[in-house]
Design a binder for this molecule. Structure first.
Ligand SMILES: CC(C)(COP(=O)(O)OP(=O)(O)OC[C@H]1O[C@@H](n2cnc3c(N)ncnc32)[C@H](O)[C@@H]1OP(=O)(O)O)[C@@H](O)C(=O)NCCC(=O)NCCS
Length: 152
């Protein structure tokens, strides 16, 4: 059975280890240990028994908007519904904060659409996102990621 827990600072090294292959393939942006530490409260971790099998973060920009980012499930645990359940946990948290909408930038648009997200124009995203994050990406400014948004 999969359990969801808030991240602790001691989880950072395992989180970094797990995301390495996705960073290498350019699917997820790298974050330093300090960057993760300062936003540790935004992360939800998925455990099966005592094993960390995935995680994702909810970054809040404003009352109107938050972002799901750094979403990853360990390869051998994929296609079992864990990623979907994790997105639902992150949406539940957004709802508790009464945030109006949650976006993600992704190559997995179908996965998000199945969860009730819709595709939007990237111009609708907050400019802090583009300047703080996208500029660090090796694909910037020619980005093929698709912006998806969930509206409550
Ligand atoms: C995207 C990601 C988080 C999805 O995690 P996951 O645990 O595989 O997600 P789910 O199992 O809930 O859904 C994945 C697919 O399996 C299907 N699925 C879910 N449960 C299933 C089951 N029991 N049997 C077979 N298929 C199943 C889903 O329908 C879904 O199909 P879709 O992708 O065509 O929509 C994972 O693939 C990942 O870590 N990818 C690399 C990082 C990444 O791309 N992150 C997203 C950036 S925003």
């Amino acid at each position: 059975m999969v359990e969801f827990k808030k991240a602790k600072l001691k989880d950072i090294s395992l989180m970094q280890e797990m995301i390495k292959p996705e960073i290498e393939s350019g699917v997820i942006l790298p974050r330093s240990n300090d960057e993760i530490a300062t936003s540790i409260r935004s992360y939800i971790l998925a455990y099966e028994k005592d094993e960390l099998i995935g995680y994702g973060a909810l970054k809040i920009y404003s009352q109107k908007l938050a972002e799901i980012r750094s979403l990853v499930i360990k390869r051998e645990f994929r296609a079992k519904g864990v990623g979907s359940a994790l997105v639902k946990e992150l949406l539940k948290e957004a709802k508790e904060y009464e945030i109006e909408a949650v976006f993600a930038l992704t190559y997995r648009d179908k996965f998000f659409i199945n969860l009730g997200f819709e595709v939007v124009d990237k111009d609708e995203l907050p400019s802090q996102k583009i300047w703080a994050d996208c500029i660090k990406c090796k694909n910037f400014p020619v980005c093929n990621e698709i912006a998806v948004i969930y509206k409550f």
